[in-house]
Design a protein around this ligand. Structure first.
Ligand SMILES: *[C@@H]1O[C@H](CO)[C@@H](O)[C@H](O)[C@H]1NC(C)=O
Ligand SMILES: *[C@@H]1O[C@H](CO)[C@@H](O)[C@H](O)[C@H]1NC(C)=O
Ligand SMILES: *[C@@H]1O[C@H](CO)[C@@H](O)[C@H](O)[C@H]1NC(C)=O
Ligand SMILES: *[C@@H]1O[C@H](CO)[C@@H](O)[C@H](O)[C@H]1NC(C)=O
Ligand SMILES: *[C@@H]1O[C@H](CO)[C@@H](O)[C@H](O)[C@H]1NC(C)=O
Ligand SMILES: *[C@@H]1O[C@H](CO)[C@@H](O)[C@H](O)[C@H]1NC(C)=O
Length: 451
């Protein structure tokens, strides 16, 4: 050692050691110590560089080399996927926390979900909403956000304009702020501009979401059939004495489905129930009642209240398909249904030049057992390469467990991604004024006329 030998020689040097060299070294130690600490604590923003201010020769390890799961996603390349211009992607240097694939993940609900359902779904204590991934824990307690890998913000429970005092105070670089929406873009949404740069991931019904959170899917449908079993010889006309049924809750002039149905009911008999119908067969939320009613019919009008890209709801997946009744669909384009729904499982209104022609076709099918049963052939032949969909919570668990731990992504233009330019993803393009309707006898009329 250099210093002690010098120290021996003179008191002057000893004094110099204690007053100059030691403090300098100790100071340097402190600088290095806290710089090191900073590494494991920080990396709050994408621009902040770390480590390098204390060691010039340090070069960022390429995450693609360090972590085999971190291959770059071609979908993030604007040349491959035009939608990628709505977000930015980068890779943070690996830290101790992100160097390995996580074995456990935690998801915290920052907002409530829809109408307060969260409280019922998530009892006290750590629990997985997805038993298939027991290491994926969900919590409704905001103070557990510090352990969270993902934080969920449900669209209808967010303030319209971004308000920092209602959001988490800390954002961790590895943590995903997830925007969850199950509705169409032209349904009242947050003011996206004010949330620019807030959300890292999306969960919606759209196939290009970061995590799928739809109302149903091919995968789930065939998975259920696997459990139930399918009888290829079954006659699906059995026990069906009635023609067509329609459950409609939002009954107003706004939706394009009303204009279509108004015309349709002139040419065939449709039983109309729900907020609009004159007599309700099932009380609200009586989930078990609906299947019993629906199963008496040959056709179910699965008319969506909005026409939006890939927007196919429980009307189709649950009410119709699960009850062995042929859905007559109005909503997303036929090409969307062809891509997302079982082959030859539905009748799309766009295939007919008029509601009258559709009515004639349905009446023809009503008389033709074989043609009607052809709409159930899909059950015996599952398509190959169905996109994996295990329900929104399991999908999110899987995405989190399988993600590249150093990959960062944030939406800079969520609005255009979701709505398209000038709401091209939807029809109608805006929320027009509407009037309440009622279905009386066999036609619609303005609600106030009957009051
Ligand atoms: C600087 O970083 C390099 C590469 O990580 C390492 O080998 C070296 O020991 C570091 N030097 C100091 C003084 O920390
Ligand atoms: C829930 O998990 C956290 C760690 O993620 C743990 O600290 C806490 O004790 C757990 N609570 C219960 C009730 O198991
Ligand atoms: C943000 O939220 C806080 C707390 O609820 C409220 O007091 C404040 O008025 C809100 N700010 C805006 C701009 O709405
Ligand atoms: C439906 O298809 C038409 C024609 O291809 C297209 O112009 C329209 O944008 C599509 N609508 C939706 C909601 O995807
Ligand atoms: C989420 O976005 C924020 C803001 O840009 C960023 O700091 C954070 O690292 C991102 N997280 C992930 C997991 O991408
Ligand atoms: C959207 O609307 C604006 C203003 O009306 C118009 O200038 C623009 O060309 C439209 N964009 C598309 C893609 O239609």
């Amino acid at each position: 050692m250099l210093l002690p030998s010098k120290m021996k020689t003179s008191l002057k040097q000893l004094v110099k050691f204690y007053l100059v060299i030691f403090p300098t070294c100790f100071g340097a130690f402190l600088v290095v110590y806290f710089a090191e600490k900073k590494v494991s604590l920080s990396i709050q923003t994408r621009d902040q560089t770390v480590h390098c201010d204390c060691n010039e020769s340090y070069t960022r390890p390429d995450p693609k080399e360090t972590l085999s799961i971190c291959s770059s996603d071609p979908q993030d390349d604007p040349l491959v996927n035009p939608l990628s211009k709505f977000y930015s992607v980068w890779y943070d240097p690996p830290t101790e926390k992100t160097l390995t694939k996580p074995e456990k993940v935690k998801i915290v609900f920052w907002t409530d979900l829809w109408n307060n359902h969260l409280r019922k779904k998530l009892p006290k204590g750590n629990r997985s909403l997805c038993p298939r991934f027991p290491n994926c824990i969900f919590s409704k307690y905001r103070d557990e956000i510090h352990e969270a890998d993902a934080v969920i913000f449900e669209n209808s429970n967010l303030p319209k304009d971004y308000n920092s005092s209602l959001m988490p105070t800390v954002r961790y670089p590895h943590q995903h702020s997830v925007w969850l929406s199950t509705e169409c873009p032209n349904y009242p949404s947050i003011n996206f501009e004010t949330y620019r740069g807030v959300f890292n991931w999306t969960i919606t019904y759209r196939a290009d979401s970061d995590s799928l959170g739809g109302w149903g899917s091919l995968y789930e449908t065939y998975q259920r059939l696997k459990d139930e079993g399918v009888d290829p010889m079954k006659d699906y006309t059995e026990g069906k004495k009635k023609l067509a049924v329609w459950f409609i809750s939002k009954c107003n002039t706004q939706a394009n489905r009303i204009a279509y149905a108004t015309e349709l009911v002139k040419h065939m008999h449709v039983d109309v129930y729900g907020g609009c119908g004159k007599n309700d067969v099932c009380a609200k939320w009586k989930i078990k009642c609906m299947p019993k009613v629906i199963r008496q019919y040959k056709f179910y009008l699965a008319f969506e209240n909005m026409k939006c890209k890939e927007y196919i709801t429980e009307k189709f997946w649950r009410n119709a398909l699960e009850n062995d009744v042929v859905p007559v669909v109005l909503g997303a384009n036929r090409s969307d249904y062809e891509r997302l729904a079982p082959p030859h499982s539905f009748i799309h209104v766009d295939d007919f030049t008029s509601p009258k022609e559709l009515a004639n076709y349905l009446k023809m099918l009503d008389q033709d057992k074989d043609k009607y049963n052809a709409y159930f052939k899909w059950k015996t032949t599952p398509p190959k390469n169905m996109p994996l969909d295990e329900g929104r919570w399991c999908n999110l668990c899987r995405e989190l467990l399988e993600r590249c731990p150093t990959k960062r992504k944030v939406y800079t233009d969520l609005r255009t991604w979701f709505e398209g330019e000038n709401l091209s993803m939807c029809d109608p393009k805006e929320n027009v004024k509407y009037q309440e309707l009622r279905f009386v006898e066999n036609h619609f009329e303005l609600a106030h006329q009957t009051n």
